[in-house]
Ligand binder design. Sequence first.
Ligand code: MN
Ligand code: MN
Length: 465
Amino acid sequence: MERKNAWSKYTSEKDKKKVFKFGEEYRQFISECKTERECVEFFIAAAEKAGYKNLEDVIKSGKKLKAGDKVYAANKGKELAVFNIGTESLESGLNILGAHIDSPRMDLKQNPVYEDTDLALLDTHYYGGIKKYQWVTIPLALHGVLVKKSGEVVTVNVGEDPADPVFGISDLLIHLAADQMDKKGAKVVEGEDLNVIIGSIPAFDKKGEKEKEAVKKNVLKLLKDKYDIEEEDFISAEIEVVPAGPARDFGFDRSMILGYGHDDRVCAYPSFMALLNCKETLTKTACALLVDKEEIGSVGATGMQSRFFENTVAELYNCMGDYSEIKLRRALTNCKVLSSDVSAALDPTYASAFEKNNSAYLGRGLVFNKYTGARGKSGSNDASAEYVGEVRAIMDKDNVFWQTAELGKVDQGGGGTIAYIMGNYNMQVIDSGVAVLSMHAPCEIISKVDLYEALLGYEAFIKYA
Ligand code: MN
Ligand code: MN
């Protein structure tokens, strides 16, 4: 059985325009928001503009929440839950659109700045699964925060404005790479080789003599002048090294987008927008849950394994004047979830890693994975047949184009998502998402029509589930 190409739905110029308009809004979003903090900031601003209130303020005010109210709860600036309250009691469960907003990258180490052979460099530790050799010789930007001892937070974003400098990691010239080229792919560029070059002018003393570690000193002086930070401030910092520059339309037909971090902002954005677009009062409470730390196992306070979501639903219940422990348990158990994360699109150049009847295809719509995992479905959520049936029916109700897939061939590898963690609450969960080419590379590729079908699918889910 073959699923239809979703562009077949958009043959008129008028219909195509809708797909391209949403694609363009998304392209601008991922060009600007490259870290989980930037995503949360963007989503909060958009939510507030649409009338969403901060749950913390609601709690402080003592006001009661009721059907039709819209609130959000942010967790340490790196995770966000957005709620649109329905007419039914929370006890009947929420319809949740889950996705993650962290992406593979390099983080600066805590003591990152050093000088070697008249160059100043930054030491990094990569975050998430990457092919390290893909991250050399490309323009890189620095995004993040440094926190001073006073508690003051200094925001850094260098490399995106065309007038900004960029940074980068060198690679050995081919002329001298005989030994390197014989290495296995995993060792061609190793983790400790991901050193970002940031300067080359030394500082000179009054006599014109070069000082010790003069290049490093000079760069630190520039940082002091621009941001008023000391070298020691890198200890309490989160600076992410990401590909510089905006995402671009891809292909003569502009049907795709090439950009950094589609995984998983290509699911987070339509999940959030589905909630924002929803103008009518819902029956069941809907939630977009945008989490951090998925790429490193959903760990920590802002990852899916944290109690943040559970606690937030408890607060929500309390604000509705109806909280009890047993009701909270029932609310969580009765949730239905689309746990959205990117799917591997079948790559014709590497078709042998895929099984073509059970692969995602670029352009065939929103992807549903009954299970993910590796080696005998290990680490997967495995949605029940009943729930898959329900989701199928919901999608067809609004004529959403969708497809089903596994992540590559059996025994070829695999991957995990946040789905199983939500399953721990006994929620109904299925993995879904948008197909991506070159997943986890500095520039990934998605199809605009898949993004649009994801939006339509998420909108249908919060209405009908
Ligand atoms: Mn990933
Ligand atoms: Mn992902």
